[in-house]
Design a protein around this ligand. Structure first.
Ligand SMILES: Nc1ncnc2c1ncn2[C@@H]1O[C@H](COP(=O)(O)OP(=O)(O)O)[C@@H](O)[C@H]1O
Ligand SMILES: [Mg+2]
Length: 368
């Protein structure tokens, strides 16, 4: 094998964090073969590449797959400002063009990405758990998936998803960190765990706007959003930034919860977002005797779906693995894919994918 073939092979290696080939990112400087030894130099944009080991493993694997034996020696250097500028241009051209009001991505009807907003009338019904496990289920179907945690006060996605590193920030571009194959951005990545978030509304809006405009999202198949609570002004901003959001409303089985959930669905419609369906969470608990115990009553999800004229997309049982998975950062869909809850998420993901994108999007948006 000659060196230029080897360079081609290594250039196709995908950077695990940035999710683009090294060649496109101009990160491969050179590769040399000397007898039983391969020397490679890669240039990384920032001193701390969170997935450097995995990147080196992928490079070694690519060398081996190309049929080259021997020691592989990977050197890394940090890019200088002009090299970084080339990489940033590659990231920018991989992003979708902003067509929206504020020139944000995912807003235009030509966008490849389906935006799924998980919404609920009140906290504690499982909105974040469903966001994370749905995203993972879609990823397990082979889709490329990102999560935007827009629940700016109650951010919990990084912990539930098990994000264990800070986002790479390349000058003015954030790289959403990857966990379980899913990219995510959240306020939780930028504030200390123990610190309360004391921000004025406009700062939160600005932060969400920047999450959309100043990040490398690429063109994922799905952007799943942990929506801010129902009717607040952060929710209004989200509707404005992401007018193609397809809302999925989460509720629990009891009638009271259903009324609260209905308010959030009505709010979504007032904001001209399409409501695609309902997910009922904590529907039952399956005992050791294999009987289903409907601890929170029954019928709430079906009734809500009926009154909204949409489909009941899934019923998710109450399982302790869902709670513990959220605490440990290994969602149940990853730790126990065959479990009752995981199968419910798998069906939910499949159903959403089968439905296809909402057909009717409003032409323009006027929230003032
Ligand atoms: N189906 C379920 N079975 C068991 N625990 C659940 C289930 N859904 C959610 N939980 C737990 O309930 C709590 C609230 O869920 P969470 O997803 O944070 O709700 P929200 O985002 O709506 O506030 C979390 O501790 C979560 O692990
Ligand atoms: Mg939450």
């Amino acid at each position: 094998m000659n060196e230029s073939d080897l360079v081609d092979a290594i250039g196709q290696v995908i950077d695990p964090e940035i999710r683009l080939p090294l060649a496109d990112l101009h990160m491969l400087r050179w590769a040399k073969v000397r007898r039983s030894r391969v020397d490679i130099q890669i240039d990384i944009p920032v001193p701390e590449h969170p997935a450097q080991l995995e990147l080196e493993n992928r490079i070694r694997q690519a060398v081996r797959n190309a049929g080259v034996d021997g020691d592989v020696n990977v050197r890394t250097e940090i890019m200088d400002a002009s090299e970084r500028a080339v990489l940033r241009a590659a990231l920018a051209s991989d992003n979708e063009d902003g067509h929206g009001q504020e020139s944000l991505p995912f807003a235009d009807k030509t966008s490849h990405t389906r935006v799924i907003g998980i919404s609920s009338g009140k906290g504690g019904v499982g909105k974040s758990s469903i966001t994370v496990n749905l995203a993972l289920s879609l990823a397990r179907m082979g889709k490329s998936v990102a999560i935007l945690d827009a629940d700016v006060y109650g951010f919990s996605v990084p912990k539930m998803l098990g994000v264990d590193h800070d986002p790479m920030v390349i000058d003015d571009i954030m790289i959403p960190p990857i966990a379980h194959g899913v990219a995510c951005l959240s306020m939780g990545l930028f504030v200390e765990d123990s610190q309360p978030l004391i921000w004025r509304g406009p700062m939160l809006h600005k932060a969400l706007q920047q999450f959309l405009s100043d990040a490398h999202w690429g063109k994922p198949d799905y952007l799943v959003i942990d929506m801010p609570p129902g009717t607040g002004d952060v929710a209004l901003s989200m509707a404005e930034y992401l007018p193609r959001t397809e809302i999925v409303v989460v509720t629990t089985p009891q009638p009271a919860a259903q009324r609260v959930a209905q308010r959030s669905a009505i709010a979504a419609r007032k904001m001209k977002l399409t409501v695609r369906g309902v997910v009922e969470n904590m529907s039952w608990f399956t005992g050791d005797d294999r009987k289903r115990y409907e601890i929170f009553g029954s019928g709430g999800g079906q009734d809500l779906a009926h009154s909204l004229g949409v489909e009941l997309l899934a019923q998710v049982p109450l399982v302790s693995a869902l709670r513990s998975g959220g605490d440990s950062g290994v969602p149940v869909v990853a730790s126990d894919p065959g479990s009752e809850a995981s199968q419910a998420f798998e069906r939910l993901a499949q159903r959403i994918d089968d439905m296809g994108p909402a057909r009717v999007y409003r032409k323009e948006l006027t929230i003032r």
